[in-house]
Design a protein around this ligand. Sequence first.
Ligand SMILES: [Zn+2]
Length: 507
Amino acid sequence: MTAPHTYITTTIPYVNARPHIGHALEVVQADVLARCRRRHGDRVRFQAGTDDNSLKNVLAAQAAGEGVREFVDRNAEAFLALGPALSLTVDDVIRTSRDARHRPGVERFWQACAAAGDLYRKRYEGRYCTGCEQFYSPAELRAGRCPEHETEPQRIAEENWFFRLSRYGGALRTAITSGELRIEPAGHRNEVLAFIDGGLEDFSVSRPAGRAGGWGIPVPGDPSQVIYVWFDALCNYVTALGYGSGDDAYRQWWVSAGRRVHLLGKGVLRFHAVYWPAMLLSSGQPLPTDIVVHDYLTAGGRKISKSSGSGADPVALAAEHGTDAVRWWLLREVPRVGDADFTIERMIARADDELANGLGNLVNRVVAMIAKYRGGRVPGPQPVAAGGEALDAAIRQAGGLIAAALEDFDFRQATAAVWAIADEANRFVNRVRPWELARAERDGCDNQRLDAVLGALFEACSALGRELAPFLPDAAERITGQCTPRDGRLPAAAPVFRRLSPGSHGT
Ligand SMILES: [Zn+2]
């Protein structure tokens, strides 16, 4: 039997500016899922990319007085730099304006929808937000303004191609309520169902080529129009697999994959949970199995947006404070439901408290005690040390708790299970006071007790190295290094984390 295939995607951001901490959240969550599924034996493809064909990119390039190509390439590079900076295990990246796989796939998708009778031309008038690349109905605007951007949308009248979304309300509803298409968390699922129940209207899927400044993919058979950037961008999830050329990867990772998981922010929920599945139904392709929605990050209480420049730059943050600190904050503090506020101070406090003081100190102390009391030799397998039952339970339960939490896409719950090991181990040290046991041993009594205590603590550190791996791969490697004997002895104790708060001087 072949291992199950899991396909995990992140949204492809517009490259109209550099990435901010909000982008880091989604890619780090996807990376954790990918690492965990691989560890459970799945074959995983973690797919990312950039959305180059947006009108927003054209406008931003013009505002910067730069050619669109150079501008888009430069910003795309900045997004790709997230990979190494955040230790991401991205398997493949697609860039919609550059990648030879993309355009033929989009054209094929368009033709499949056309063959299904779902595309037609119509004259249209509406209010268009360039920030969203979306038409809004008057009811959706807030006091006449875009609910995302708080700007006044442009009034536009033009002839466009339309997609017969109205046909698919019933099928989408059934797919979602039956669990065939899972949308998490439940609040967002209900929001999608309410939107469907409100009645689906056909939506415009092309723009006049003139208004797009020649940027984008021409409509097959109608060069006066370019394909709407959302239609174009959503297709990336299959064009990256070679849908356009009938590639075997498409069959493997989409058609017959066990899981097809999309991660996305709440602002683009409708595109992913309504438009995209309808497009897939129209073109005769399987639906995604999971749509995982994260809410927004604010920075110092203010909405982050690429264009406002208020968002912390994740690459710079990782360079200054370390990848572990950035990943840990995103995974440990951001709740499954609701927005979270990022500040550098909060990130540093969390890292110092839990990573440097909690985990790092523990590993350091345990390795140092094994060196001091046992010459670096780890005591052999021991029965559960008296008083170590809670620690033992935290170690035994961690794997199951993490798997269950990630099945719910609850990263905070998952990291809590890892943290519980360190927390219990630190409690255990303070309770049993191994240094007193060592003194008693020197005085000639009971050396079994110290062996049992050191054995339990060593097991906790090894478990931390193991369980932390999907979340903080770099730190996990250092911890595992500290717990791996060479020639029968552990290496000399070395700090696993540095302290980040100003004025402190390492461990
Ligand atoms: Zn908008």
